[in-house]
Design a protein around this ligand. Structure first.
Ligand SMILES: *[C@@H]1O[C@H](CO)[C@@H](O)[C@H](O)[C@H]1NC(C)=O
Length: 488
């Protein structure tokens, strides 16, 4: 289940990010440049938007000048594709995924809890695969058709995270929760890690449409395996051994549920541990977005060093993050199993690791001057530490309310999607016509403040214990063994 879930996330996130690579090969840059120099920034999702801006901004200063770091500025040499989409259209196409993604978070979690998490996740990924296969046709029809396809992909992608949370809640024994959650959710990192270079390779060797056909086709294969290998709960799995089923069900203290409880909305909204997760998830995504997208932009503008031009080098931070995620999750689970630390402590420590060290790395980058090696090292370290989120607040929903894990993930991820929409506009506003270290330092100090707020709020209000309102019987304790007589 965990491995198939991990590959499922690689698919969903791979198909989400591959467009930012594909679109560079799809756009006719010559035609766009001829359409006029006018471009209003502050809108648009991805920073390849900025790439085009950088290419075109040579009008502001003479070509091939030496910048502050003594590096010769050079114009990007981009091959033309068939579509004359200007930056606004490109920004709209890239952002449209988010508009779909944000609306299905809560419904996705609710449907997964009520009916079948397996099918919610599976169909979410399947629809993404089918839409990927249809993308070239849609693009050839009109950009509006591609936008519609991307919104549908977002709608389908939005249900996967809450859906998966329901599956993890049904399958992961509490003492192995960090490990399993980290394995599954690290698929998002791996998807980015694998898909970006793979897409680049396909675009340059075969052509941009092959990105969609190859990745969409492989995803269909995954779906067939998913149908046969993954089930909603141990009780529904036809091939599970008796002892494994007994082990999982006893550790979870769950017996076969006859009816699904409905969400106690009032208790959810007035619960501080829930708000701690919402705050941590939202603030952390803000910082994560800064590291992932805006720090490379900073390095390109200020240090004139394009880490994304080097596929091998730009993969290193994700690789380090993935390794760190797995080690941290396993260590924390081992310590919890030996009762050396509580779940609450493990979650708070992980969330702290995912917020404070990355914030420090972000600030330090603005002080390293033109030392690009040190900047890359700091980017790598910062990204690595963000991996703490997987065994921190990101698996915390299941601790505090196992029956509502999907709904809670839907709620927190709805809030957490907002930074993806706000950050590009915010950075565009702060740096518009003002690409200076000082402007960026202000941005990063604000991010430090947000990270600090996250760490403090979560460390005060976060909890690793099952909440009263999420318990079936008031006396039932989390992890306490229950009689399996009712299983029959
Ligand atoms: C790109 O646009 C230019 C100018 O409009 C045109 O001459 C060229 O053929 C186009 N290239 C492609 C690949 O469509």
């Amino acid at each position: 289940m965990a491995v198939m879930g991990c590959i499922g996330f690689m698919i969903v996130y791979g198909l989400k990010v591959n467009l930012s690579v594909a679109i560079i090969a799809m756009v006719n840059h010559t035609a766009v440049a001829n359409m006029g120099e006018h471009h209003d920034d502050g809108h648009g999702e991805d920073d390849h938007h900025d790439l085009t801006l950088l290419t075109n901004s040579s009008g502001d200063s003479p070509n091939n000048t030496l910048n502050a770091c003594g590096v010769e500025e050079k114009k990007e040499n981009l091959n033309d594709g068939p579509f004359a989409w200007d930056e606004n259209v490109q920004g709209l196409i890239l952002a449209s995924y988010f508009y779909g993604y944000i609306i299905t978070q809560v419904p996705g979690g609710w449907v997964a809890e009520k009916f079948s998490a397996k099918h919610v996740f599976g169909i979410g990924a399947l629809v993404n695969a089918i839409c990927a296969l249809l993308s070239p046709v849609a693009a050839n029809t009109s950009y509006a058709a591609l936008i519609v396809i991307r919104i549908i992909m977002g709608i389908a992608g939005g249900v996967t995270l809450p859906g998966m949370h329901v599956l993890v809640a049904a399958w992961a024994p509490p003492q192995e929760r960090s490990k399993i959650a980290a394995t599954v959710y690290a698929g998002m990192t791996l998807g980015t890690l694998v898909c970006m270079p793979f897409s680049g390779l396909l675009a340059s060797k075969v052509g941009w449409s092959s990105i969609f056909y190859v990745q969409g086709g492989l995803s269909l294969l995954w779906y067939i395996l998913w149908l046969f290998l993954v089930y909603d709960s141990p009780a529904q799995h036809p091939r599970i051994t008796k002892s494994e089923r007994k082990f999982i069900e006893e550790s979870l203290g769950t017996v076969v549920k006859s009816e699904k409880p409905s969400v106690p909305w009032k208790s959810v909204w007035t619960s501080m541990p829930v708000w701690a997760i919402i705050v941590a998830h939202t603030c952390n995504n803000w910082g994560w977005y800064m590291l992932l997208v805006k720090l490379p932009t900073y390095m390109r503008y200020i240090l004139k060093f394009d880490i994304e031009a080097n596929a091998g080098l730009s993969a290193v931070p994700f690789l380090c993050m993935w390794i760190f995620t797995m080690i941290l999750a396993n260590v924390l689970d081992a310590l919890r199993l030996r009762n050396m630390i509580t779940t609450t402590f493990a979650r708070k420590l992980s969330t702290f690791i995912a917020s404070i060290p990355p914030a420090i790395c972000l600030i330090c980058v603005t002080f390293v001057g033109c030392n690009t090696d040190l900047a890359v090292a700091l980017l790598t370290l910062g990204t690595m530490f963000v991996g703490g989120m997987y065994s921190g607040f990101l698996s915390n929903h299941i601790d505090i309310a196992p029956p509502f894990a999907g709904t809670l993930m839907g709620i927190s991820n709805t809030f957490a999607t907002l930074p993806g929409i706000i950050v590009p506009s915010f950075v565009g506003y702060m740096t518009h016509g003002n690409q200076t270290v000082e402007a960026w330092r202000t941005i990063f100090y604000i991010t430090l403040g947000i990270f600090l707020f996250e760490a403090i709020f979560y460390c005060i209000f976060g909890s690793g214990e099952q909440q009263e309102w999420a318990k079936k019987k008031p006396s039932a304790q989390d992890g306490e063994q229950q009689k399996l007589n009712d299983v029959a």
